[in-house]
Design a protein around this ligand. Structure first.
Ligand code: NAD
Length: 257
């Protein structure tokens, strides 16, 4: 029960890493506010948590839409009176080299992956500042630290999130609010399955190729990232501020032969 009595809002918790984290956080005693754009998957996450006797509540909202985010935060505060942890997890992929990239697709990736972190933070922060306590976890990616082919828009957004995390930390340290980033390697989720289908003729072959760049020799699982988020959400990480946490099977700091 490492998160007993904590109220935690997770964006994009209907699928993949967000869902896995919501299930783990509820098991550790948190009241979990499950957000997603997609109501069906969000409801499923909540149903799974409740089946396991956990506490959860679904709020449909689009993290790129200020009005939608404001009403999500108000609804969460009305229900639980506070938000102790915000996990800005929702995000989408973005593929292509810069000269080929479709401009609408570029804008969409910027909007979801950057504004989708900025807006929930902006509207949750005043409550955390009043509480004089909080932990914000921003989803970046190991791509913020390394060049990978065909990911110009996506890497731009995840680099921006790492920079934003550090700025936020400096501004809100005086309110006892911690802001850290998670940088996963390749984690097998619907997001990656779609990306592989869009980018490679043979996705199975692509998985084998990706495995070779991670020292682990295997892709990560959503639970691997959920355990990292658990540490950042709990008070065990109270001395961790403005930092990147790598969960990447060694892809950033290791090198295969
Ligand atoms: P996923 O596609 O399985 O889940 C993402 C969820 O976000 C979906 O349920 C989707 O409906 C939701 N979402 C998308 N746009 C939204 C919006 N505007 N408002 C609210 N919800 C929205 O993806 P995942 O692999 O679990 O990725 C989660 C996060 O982790 C993303 O930010 C992604 O960039 C990041 N990440 C993933 C990997 C990986 O390999 N899977 C690696 C590094 C970082």
């Amino acid at each position: 029960m490492r998160l007993r009595e904590k109220v935690i809002l997770i964006t994009g918790a209907g699928s993949g890493i967000g869902k896995s984290t919501a299930l783990l956080f509820a098991k550790e005693g948190a009241s979990v506010i499950v957000n997603d754009l997609d109501s069906k998957s969000g409801d499923e996450t909540v149903a799974e948590i409740r089946e396991a006797n956990g506490e959860a509540f679904f709020i449909q909202a689009d993290v790129t839409d200020a009005k939608s985010v404001i009403s999500m935060v108000e609804e969460a505060i009305n229900k639980y009176k506070r938000i102790d942890v915000l996990f800005n997890n929702a995000g989408i992929s973005g593929i292509g080299k810069l000269h080929e990239v479709d401009l609408d697709a570029w804008d969409k990736t910027m909007n979801v992956n950057i504004n989708g972190v900025m807006l929930p933070s902006k509207f949750v922060l005043p409550y955390m500042m009043e509480q004089k306590k909080g932990s914000i976890i921003n989803m970046s990616s190991c791509i913020a630290e390394m060049g990978l082919a065909n990911r110009a828009s996506y890497s731009t957004t995840k680099g921006a999130i790492l920079a934003l995390t550090k700025s936020m930390q400096v501004d809100y340290a005086e309110y006892n609010i911690r802001v850290n980033a998670i940088l996963p390697g390749t984690i097998l989720t619907p997001f990656v399955e779609n990306y592989l289908k869009q980018s490679y003729e043979n996705p199975e072959e692509a998985i084998e190729q990706i495995k070779t760049r991670q020292l682990s020799g295997a892709l990560g699982k959503p639970e691997d990232v959920a355990f990292a988020a658990l540490f950042l959400a709990s008070d065990e990480s109270k001395f961790m501020m403005g930092s990147p946490l790598y969960i990447d099977g060694g892809v950033v700091f290791g090198k295969n032969a």
